[in-house]
Design a protein around this ligand. Structure first.
Ligand code: F6R
Length: 244
């Protein structure tokens, strides 16, 4: 794993956007996966701006969704889909047929996992994954305790995730289960970037990078990725004592 520390959220976000663009220019039919949430919000803005200026064509890329709240519809502002649609798919004019996301309203929710694993396998794997980290060290909805051998799965959400997740919703929302790509997808992705910003992520990033790798802190798995990158701003890196 490699690590880079940026002065602030802005320079971190621009670097992530430029990395996504580099990937797409190098391989126009890339399979990309980007987390929803606050962390990648500014990177999406940079992505829109830079790709307009440089006429980057995303039309041959495929996007796979990282995760979704089970039972939450795509039209709900708090859903991962809503974030991806408004911040990524729509601004970059990604054709709908190139977008593969979990249907979190499906009756056969386990079937959604099989569908997603099949799509990823048939497309030859994910080229670039950009993920954030939860306050409890989750990646996607790979909650503490999850096995790193899993592909897509449905999971009971940790208390922390249920509470912190409220920030995305207008009103108090029951968030009990999530559907997510597995840590195995993250490990098998050709390149994975874990990004984190802000003082509030400093403690979990210290645990991620400095504590023994275990299922208690799923984000620690990034250290096992041969082409894993941890990109932080100074605030998120402020509690690190060693340089991994
Ligand atoms: C969202 C996702 C989550 C978030 C994480 C951090 O698709 O996969 O794992 O990346 O909870 O959320 P923010 O960025 O809002 O701090």
């Amino acid at each position: 794993m490699q690590m880079k520390i940026f002065d602030d959220y802005e320079t971190l976000s621009e670097a992530v956007a430029r990395e996504i663009i580099r990937q797409v220019k190098e391989k126009p039919e890339s399979v990309l996966c980007l987390a929803a949430g606050d962390t990648p919000r500014l990177a999406c803005k940079f992505l829109k701006k830079i790709s307009r200026n440089e006429s980057v064509d995303f039309s041959r890329c495929s996007f796979v969704g990282l995760d979704e709240w089970v039972g939450i519809s795509p039209g709900n502002e708090g859903s991962c889909y809503y974030f991806l649609y408004t911040n990524l798919f729509e601004p970059l004019q990604i054709p709908r047929e190139n977008v593969f996301v979990f249907d979190a309203m499906a009756h056969d929710i386990e079937g959604e996992c099989i569908k997603m694993d099949t799509v990823i396998r048939e497309k030859g794997g994910v080229d670039l994954m950009v993920v954030g980290v939860g306050m409890n060290g989750h990646i996607g909805f790979n909650e503490p305790g999850v096995a790193s051998s899993l592909y897509s799965h449905v999971i009971d959400l940790d208390e922390t995730t249920q509470t912190v997740g409220q920030k995305y919703f207008r009103e108090s929302t029951k968030l009990k289960k999530g559907i997510t790509l597995g840590l195995r997808h993250l490990l098998e992705s050709r390149k994975t970037i874990l990004m984190a910003n802000g003082r509030k992520k400093a403690e979990i990033m210290r645990k991620t990078l400095e504590e023994e790798i275990s299922t208690h802190i799923p984000s620690g798995i990034i250290r096992k990725h041969p082409n894993g990158w941890t990109l932080l701003d100074k605030e998120a890196a402020s509690l690190l004592t060693i340089n991994p």
